[in-house]
Design a binder for this molecule. Sequence first.
Ligand SMILES: *Cc1c(COP(=O)(O)O)cnc(C)c1O
Length: 520
Amino acid sequence: MTMPTTASGNRGLQLEQGLIFELNTPGMTAVDLPPAPKVAERLGGLKNTKAIGLPGLSEPDVVRHYTRLSQKNYSIDSGFYPLGSCTMKHNPRLNEKMARLPGFADIHPFQPLSTVQGALELIDTCAQWLKELTGMTAVAMSPAAGAHGELCGLMCIKSAHEANGQGHRKIVLVPESAHGTNPATAALCGYTVEAIPANAEGRVDVAALKAHLRPQDGKMEIAAVMITNPNTCGLFERDCIAIAEAVHAAGAYFYMDGANYNAIVARLRIADLGVDAMHINLHKTFSTPHGGGGPGAGPTVLSAKLAPFAPVPMVVTAGSGFDVEEHAGHGEARQSYGRMKGYHGQFGVFVRAVAYMMAMGVDGLKQASGDAVLNANYLLARLSAELTPAFDGPCMHEAVFDDRFLKGTGVSTLDIAKALIDEGVHPPTMYFPLVVHGALLMEPTETESKATLDQFVNSLLSLARKAKSGTAEAMFKASPQLAPRRRLDETKAARKPVLRWLPPAGNHEGNGDTKREAAE
Ligand SMILES: *Cc1c(COP(=O)(O)O)cnc(C)c1O
């Protein structure tokens, strides 16, 4: 099949258009301003005499340009978005409406506390739900994302070690399958990271973990263990209680990465696993649109041992209302490690989370985690007809396949992902987790219907059969063929992104630079 070419370069109703600077008609404007009144110049010769580099466009052209750009942005509101490790689920519109209520949206953190008691109560309500669901003693509400919550948890752990004369502990153990933010957070906190291998089942190798917990040169060096549960292979870590006992016996703390909490919420109490700290990605588990990088919120639940070190500001009860403890070293924040963010956290995300939790109820949350796991196992079962699951047995909220089914076909995981785009499906996460060769990691979430899942499965099964037929390698290498852009050089895009438009050489209008350059 050769693709037809068009005189305009447009395809269907997909228009090919330059950047807004390239659409420039000098002098064209969307507004008419009256001539400026004559005034004496007071700029002392500093008046700008060059063009300021804004493109000239009419109002309809501006509207069309940005509308088209927005339509190029695939999102959970346009279709199925099976990215593993991201939890791309539908977020009820009611929660958006709640977050926009003027009483929530139009307040300011500098207002007198007497005028924002309702907002403080909402933060406290969110905190109470999180404590109730996890069984943990306290929750730090200010972390602004999952990774920020990890930082909060490790800062509490570091403070606790220092308070106990254990400040020399410099090692954090992280499983090989961990999300990249885990080792990055430990390193940012000044720790050295040691990797714990996975066993053949895809779970933490407990014997290997215990071997790391021995003293080195007579001193215990391990500060903490960070474990994701369910892990990034979509599997439940069954040995958490044994791990917690070993970690605690070694005087270390047990950090749990709770980004996958949506698979277990309302089904088990994190505290019962012996966890000392865990962040919760409100934007993954409790509703907030987060495609495109935010905003999110990463409240971090803490055990009794770590609670005293929680960051400020803290919402505290005061008489019949609420107060905010702003300073470490005072009152309930006596041992706080300090402040990690301005203000009280991502308030709009708290509003959405509370609206979601109250609308769902604990029974609804339990059904959501059950349906998320059911949907992932449906994908696992049906896709196993042609694809090769990375691990035996059922999964939790995400299913992971390796690339054994592509062996000898000349087709790679990347080619399958690109061909899926032509099928109208956003590809799942590829080549992660790193412990799975050529991984395809897919998380359907609880909000997708059986019809949507079937359509996805049918596309993927048909591509797998085509790949195995041995006759479609060229088609795979050329895909995507129906998208506005074909196969891109992703390595170059990541290594040498062009982030800044500059006018073509020789055209000195605009911002004074003379060539397009690539940002290094
Ligand atoms: C998403 C995720 C994180 C990081 O959360 P952010 O909110 O993106 O900072 C950490 N660990 C796991 C397992 C995740 O899926």
